[in-house]
Design a protein around this ligand. Structure first.
Ligand code: FE2
Length: 386
């Protein structure tokens, strides 16, 4: 008999029962990318990923230094920011890293307290609590530095009724491609340098009160040629999950090392976004030109029924459809998950996206790591970076 599997939206509350959470996080507030051309990037994320025009700040709204486009799809907000002159310090970030994630903003009830709790535990300040106001109320934000040049911004918006943040206006566009069913940020992965994974695991434990709820060493995550290590950090209510990767020694260059070389330091490797209908989401994304990693070989799909049966789960989707779309399947005791990875979304082989549908499983696709990394290695070989 197959178990009754509920789709998506699980919580990890049980793991933390009884533990005191000094940093209650309500969810991911927004993800801000520093990019070379925000106008064109916004068009890409609207067209290819189905994001909707949401808010805007630029010359027309009185912002003389930077322009930002805010895109939204269900609970996901992406902010794309570009400097408007050569003196703006954001240029240094773009010169060094290329397009990439600068801010992982976390929604809190009290930004001042979040800042005090984390800085008193050793976080380096990025921005002291700062109040922005307009006719719709006020937002308090404060930021701390995490790995590389990446920042966690705490956002308190309980006294704000405006569209996004003070200074932003509603963005109404004549071009509105249909959304593609992306719902919320499932997890965001950071790549850190050689031997730095445990330093950042401890940082998330000590500074943010997170717990390490899954670990994979290089014996589990390797192919014939390359390896990496990963530990998954989660906050108290399980809404925020940050796996942290570091490269490991192999015969050839680890994909994490390739990332570190091209991003020129640690940073966000991928943003995993959840859908509750991965087949229609991926059909739509493929039709709109999103490039995905190559589909695993037939032998991968032949082994899937066995892997699901080992855990007593029944696949609800048609396996041939999943295979045609290149969607991967993994299972654990609690259920299964469906996932697929885009190619990097910029020319440097750095940031990419994962689309994930959870059918009860709480893992991250460990059973797919080998097939996935072999696929990445084929791309690395083409780039001459393996
Ligand atoms: Fe992932």
């Amino acid at each position: 008999m197959s178990k009754d599997i509920k789709s998506v939206n699980y919580g990890l509350e049980k793991i933390f029962e009884g533990a005191q959470d000094f940093l209650p996080l309500l969810g991911t507030d927004y993800i801000e990318l520093y990019v070379g051309n925000a106008k064109q990037a916004a068009h890409f994320y609207k067209t290819a990923f189905g994001f909707q025009s949401f808010a805007y700040r630029g010359l027309e709204t009185g912002s003389k230094e930077t322009v930002s486009y805010v895109l939204k799809q269900d609970k996901i907000r992406l902010v794309l920011t570009t400097p408007l002159n050569s003196k703006n310090p954001i240029n240094n970030h773009i010169v060094k890293h290329g397009d990439g994630v600068k801010v992982i903003a976390l929604w809190v009830d009290d930004a001042r307290k979040a800042y005090e709790e984390t800085t008193s535990r050793g976080a380096k300040s990025y921005m002291e609590p700062f109040v922005e106001k307009d006719e719709y109320g006020e937002v308090v934000r404060a930021g701390i530095c995490t790995y590389g040049e990446t920042v966690h911004m705490f956002v308190e918006r309980k006294n704000y009724k405006g569209v996004f943040l003070p200074g932003f206006e509603e963005w109404n566009s004549d071009y509105n491609p249909e959304p593609l069913g992306l719902k919320f940020v499932d997890h965001m992965v950071g790549n850190v340098g050689w031997g730095e994974m445990n330093t950042w695991v401890k940082w998330y434990e000590d500074v943010m009160g997170f717990e390490n709820f899954l670990s994979f060493d290089d014996k589990q995550i390797h192919t014939e040629y390359s390896a990496l290590m990963s530990k998954v950090m989660s906050n108290g209510n399980g809404r925020i999950k940050f796996p942290i990767n570091e490269p490991a020694e192999g015969k050839k260059k680890s994909q994490i090392e390739e990332y570190l070389d091209f991003y020129e330091g640690p940073g966000v490797q991928h943003i995993a976004v959840a859908t509750d209908d991965i087949i229609s989401t991926i059909e739509g994304m493929r039709a709109r030109g999103v490039e995905f990693l190559t589909t695993p070989p037939d032998t991968y799909y032949e082994a899937v029924p066995k892997r699901l049966l080992a855990h007593d789960h029944k696949l609800r989707e048609d396996i041939e459809t999943l295979k045609t779309l290149g969607i991967m399947i993994d299972a654990d005791e609690e259920g299964y998950l469906l996932q697929i990875f885009t190619r990097p979304v910029e020319d440097r082989p750095t940031l990419f996206f994962e689309i994930i549908q959870r059918m009860g499983a709480r893992g991250f696709g460990a059973g797919n790591f080998k097939a996935l990394f072999e696929s990445i290695e084929r791309e690395q070989a083409r780039r001459g970076t393996l």
